[in-house]
Design a protein around this ligand. Structure first.
Ligand code: BGC
Length: 279
């Protein structure tokens, strides 16, 4: 019983995030794209960050403005401090403030450890971990400065770190990526502890296997998909919208008392499916 985007129910037309301002990094493709669109549909104004692929970013902007909210695309490399500082400063200038930071941008540079170059290690740590630190830091400064605006949200701001099942699942051949996501888990928890007294909520979303360009080879042939499904008790590969809807919920006041949590959106991948019959 494979699922697909076509079979999804119509998106709920509830503007849970009316009047909020969101920034999504890596928002021109995959999970980031679906998330930026879902936030716009939920009533937020959205900055669509990208590092390459301006045309796709503009297409995402057009989808979002179609919901009657504001959006613009902003090119920046999340691992570059000056570019992240400038990106958030421009957002505060254009939208007045920021309420939701979705630190989503991420990449893989896979290799067996004996073959992995320092450049492959460093690139993944720079984008996936340092990039999230920089984005969270710049958002936190504005959240602390502005504080709670009760008409907008019960919290002074939300930081949502895009993690992975590999925050807790070791992954041979991907030591750079798994280490970056393990780091994201502790980054998120420590920031959650540090910022909660400011009424800032920091949480993570941990996607499993989602149909996006990052893992195309894992699902784009029937054989690859069949092998992948052995790792997914729920019996379908995830869609970007599965993750996007979780981000909307996490950013909304419905989950106002949820702090320092990783919500796995993985069809049960983190349940050690091999143990269903073994052990
Ligand atoms: C990775 C994908 C992988 C998935 C499940 C994600 O974080 O980016 O390549 O398919 O985890 O292993």
């Amino acid at each position: 019983m494979a699922g697909s985007a076509e079979q999804r129910r119509a998106p709920l037309d509830v503007r849970l995030l009316e009047g909020q301002k969101a920034l999504v990094t890596g928002a021109n493709s995959g999970i980031g794209k679906a998330t930026a669109i879902a936030l716009g549909r939920a009533g937020a104004d959205v900055v669509v960050n990208y590092v390459a692929g301006a045309q796709e970013a503009e297409e995402v902007v057009a989808r979002i403005t179609g919901f009657g909210v504001r959006a613009y695309a902003h090119e920046a490399d999340v691992s570059d401090e000056d570019q992240v500082v400038a990106m958030v400063a421009r957002m505060v200038e254009e939208f007045g403030t920021i309420d939701i930071m979705v630190a989503n941008a991420g990449l893989q540079r896979d290799a067996a450890v004996t073959e992995m170059t320092l450049a492959q290690w460093q690139k993944v740590i720079d984008v996936n971990l340092t990039g999230q630190f920089l984005c969270a830091r710049e958002a936190a400064k504005e959240f602390v400065r502005r504080g709670v605006v009760p008409e907008v949200s019960r919290s002074a701001g939300k930081i949502i770190c895009m993690s992975s099942v590999h925050q807790i699942v070791p992954w041979a051949g991907h030591v750079n990526y798994a280490s970056s996501k393990g780091g994201v888990g502790m980054l998120m928890q420590t920031l959650a502890q540090e910022l909660a007294p400011h009424r800032i909520r920091v949480n993570a979303i941990g996607p499993g296997a989602i149909r996006t360009p990052i893992n195309r080879s894992a699902w784009d042939t029937p054989q690859a998909e069949a092998e992948l499904l052995e790792l997914i008790p729920y019996g379908r590969v995830g869609d970007p919208e599965d993750v996007a809807d979780a981000v909307v919920a996490m950013a909304s006041d419905l989950l106002d008392y949820v702090i320092g949590c990783t919500l796995y959106v993985d069809g049960g991948m983190t349940l050690f499916p091999g143990f269903a019959t073994g052990g």
